[in-house]
Design a protein around this ligand. Structure first.
Ligand SMILES: [Zn+2]
Ligand SMILES: [Zn+2]
Length: 202
């Protein structure tokens, strides 16, 4: 009976979190389901119960993709770039690492590649393959969907939330650089774009 009650509670929590992430993201997609499940699993593994309330200063998430699931991770964890609690690692992988700053415990959760095929096999008769995939991701077990890896993450002081660390002027463009992101090159203090090129053309 107790385990049934527990399962019911978990399902209700999942539905509530999914509803909220769909609202934030703008549509229901496989990424929302995976992102919500990934976040619930990651938070549980590192002992974070109330990520947006009591535990909100104990959590940093590293996301390895800038895709639909990233919005779900932000929605569930409350972590964001602006709060410096979400770090974007541009790896193109469906994975995220959840770090408990209080205990130091961190787990990296990544989506198993074989989960795609398993999802396809689960509802073979359903016409709409994408809808079937979404439903499959809702009911598959954590073990079928993800691998969990215990990891160690050392966060540098200049990457922590809180007041900016340092502020210097670039010797080349004159713009200011915060949080020790400056580069020393040939005796000059430079911003990253001046030191190694950038994404825009002035
Ligand atoms: Zn999406
Ligand atoms: Zn510069």
């Amino acid at each position: 009976m107790n385990s049934l009650v527990e399962a019911g509670k978990a399902a209700a929590e999942f539905n509530m979190l999914l509803q909220e992430s769909v609202r934030v993201h703008g549509h229901l997609c496989a990424g929302q389901v995976l992102g919500v499940r990934m976040s619930m699993l990651g938070l549980r593994e590192i002992g974070i119960i109330d990520p947006k309330g009591a535990n909100r200063k104990s959590l940093i998430v590293y996301v390895e993709m800038d895709r639909c699931a990233t919005d779900a991770v932000q929605s569930v964890t409350g972590c964001s770039l602006g709060h410096r609690t979400m770090k974007f690692m541009d790896y193109g992988k469906m994975a995220a690492t959840f770090l408990n700053l209080k205990t130091g415990r961190a787990v990296r959760v990544f989506a198993r590649d074989d989960s795609r095929q398993k999802a396809k096999d689960l509802f073979p008769g359903v016409e709409n393959k994408y809808a079937a995939q979404i439903e499959a991701y809702k009911v598959m077990s954590d073990d079928e969907l993800f691998n969990v890896m215990e990891v160690t993450v050392r966060v540098s002081p200049q990457d922590m939330p809180g007041r900016p660390m340092g502020r210097v002027q670039c010797d080349s463009c004159g713009e200011h650089v915060q949080d020790m992101r400056e580069v020393c090159k040939d005796g000059k203090v430079l911003c990253v774009p001046c030191a190694s090129g950038c994404y825009y053309i002035p």
